[in-house]
Design a protein around this ligand. Structure first.
Ligand code: NAP
Ligand code: MG
Length: 478
């Protein structure tokens, strides 16, 4: 089976990109006290998109002071229903500028435009809409008799795989509860966070309520260390999450950690096979596999293993890899050279340890960072590709015979963020789902998100929840 040839269908909307970006502090664009700037690139062609300010420790201090002032003077004092109007305004602005934001997200991050357009941006707006509605109903999130009070100044650090969406997950509930924010986007994907800062400025939030500091890991570390930050909300790798926890141990700082994952995706022999195969494809190849909850460990019942491998091999050849701005593209660019190197290294380890690699056969663009959709068969539990997060379009396939063996293998991981189950039988679904040590379990679907639904991890995937009323409580004082 070969795919039809599609004519190119590039997105033509041109987002506004400035040559230089300052830091967004106290409602203004300011030059960094570090006096440093760095380039941000388009990973699909390696072109430089803009120069972005680098926030050093002095800049972090300035932003935290501005957030403190905004907290004391305006935001925590404002009537909740008034606060809600500002959060609604941000939601509406994201919706109005959705196409431009989608193009920007794709250019800076490498993800296909159909994903940024149909998932990242609408889901970001949905989080602001959802939490705006909560702002004047906070007592309903509390146990009876408890007053709903904000925490204070929140330092929020986000990764590069869903840049605007992760910022929305963090900023929307923080603001609704009356907290102020210093956001640190990932080094490789600052542009939609800076566009969000523009939206915040246009929405006329009191100066300092939201501050955006671009920079690198050291900027994030300075924010974590700052003595006047009341809460750190972090999404990123388990390694950095552990370092953050050590850094703030013994201090009076709240912490939530959303870390890595190596999700089990379990397919029983009675599953609806066409849907399951689409679920597997969505589970691992969505956003080039740069997804913390990706279904990266496929556990298939032994008697349907060969059928699934045949179907998946055919399906791989129909995925279109290429220009992320083309509306027909399924697999875009890997976010950075460093990430591409990490994927290649882990794939090499899979081959060296004896697993069999199957890849889509297609020409890769000459410039930019690309990796073809891939999967491994013959994987053992002990292989690195079965244990470590690859964070790329690479699936590891293992087998099982009974539901209990599937459960045992699925839980045999230090992570516990998500899991997926495919079976026609409701009772089997419930039996297995109940026993998954994972924050989210999808049954006969995968990668479904809604602002009203909590998301978060177990064990080395972190703690705390984002989304829903659970996510709201993470921004209220105990
Ligand atoms: P990362 O290296 O941990 O970076 C995440 C963020 O932390 C970035 O903004 C990063 O800045 C910053 N940072 C780096 N070192 C820091 C330090 N010492 N102190 C404070 N901040 C620091 O993770 P990544 O490689 O960008 O993202 C991929 C990881 O995130 C994967 O493991 C994935 O599973 C996880 N993730 C989890 C979730 C979830 O909800 N559980 C969602 C998405 C991603 P730089 O950009 O400059 O490095
Ligand atoms: Mg990093």
């Amino acid at each position: 089976m070969t795919s039809l040839e599609y004519a190119p269908a590039p997105e033509t909307t041109k987002p506004q990109i400035r040559e230089h970006y300052g830091l967004f502090v106290a409602g203004n664009w300011v030059a960094p006290q570090s006096e440093r700037y760095f380039d941000t690139v388009d990973p699909s062609n390696e072109n430089v998109l803009a120069k972005v300010a680098y926030a050093g420790a002095a800049d972090v201090d300035r932003a935290v002071r501005s957030a403190r002032k905004a907290y004391e003077k305006y935001w925590s004092k404002m009537k909740p229903a008034e606060r809600a109007k500002y959060v609604f305004r941000i939601a509406r602005a994201i919706t109005e500028r959705s196409r431009e934001l989608a193009v920007l997200e794709t250019m800076n991050g490498g993800k296909p435009i159909k994903e940024s357009r149909d998932f990242d941006i609408p889901t970001s707006a949905a989080h602001f809409f959802y939490y705006a509605g909560w702002a004047d109903k906070l007592e309903w999130a509390m146990r009876a008799g408890r007053e709903a009070r904000p925490i204070g100044v929140c330092g929020q650090i986000v990764p590069w795989n869903f840049p605007l969406l992760m910022a929305a997950w963090k900023i929307a509930p923080a603001l609704a509860c009356g907290n102020t924010v210093v956001l640190k986007p990932a080094e490789t994907t600052p542009l939609t966070a800076l566009a969000l800062a523009q939206i915040v400025q246009e929405a006329d939030l009191p100066p300092g309520t939201v501050n955006v500091l671009t920079g690198d890991g050291a900027t994030g570390a300075a924010l974590v260390e700052h003595p006047d930050v009341d809460k750190i909300a972090f999404t990123g790798s388990t390694e950095v999450g552990k370092a953050i926890r050590r850094a703030i141990a013994g201090k009076k700082k709240r912490l939530t950690l959303e870390l890595g994952g190596k999700a089990a995706h379990i397919v029983f022999d009675d599953a609806p096979m066409d849907q399951a195969v689409e679920g597997i494809v969505n589970g691992i190849y969505f956003n080039q596999g740069h997804v913390c909850c990706a279904g990266s460990r496929l556990l298939v019942q032994e008697n349907v293993h060969d059928e699934i491998v045949v179907r998946l091999t055919e399906r791989l050849q129909t995925l279109r890899l290429g220009d992320p701005l083309d509306k027909n593209t399924d697999i875009g660019a890997v976010n950075s050279k460093a990430q591409l190197d990490k994927i290649r290294e882990l794939v090499r380890s899979g081959i060296d340890q004896g697993a069999t690699l199957v890849q889509q056969s297609c020409a890769l663009p000459e410039r930019g960072y690309y990796f073809p959709a891939s999967f491994f068969t013959g994987v053992q539990q002990s292989h690195r590709i079965a244990r470590e997060e690859i964070f790329g379009p690479v699936l590891s396939i293992l087998t099982f015979r009974t539901p209990d063996e599937a459960i045992e293998k699925a839980n045999n991981t230090p992570y516990g963020l998500s899991a997926g189950i495919w079976t026609d039988k409701g009772s089997k679904n419930m039996y297995v789902a109940e026993r998954m040590r994972a924050g989210v379990v999808w049954c006969n679907t995968f990668n479904l998100f809604d602002p009203s639904s909590p998301f978060g991890g177990y064990r080395e995937s972190g703690f705390g929840r984002e989304g829903g009323v659970h996510g709201l409580r993470e921004y209220l004082a105990h």
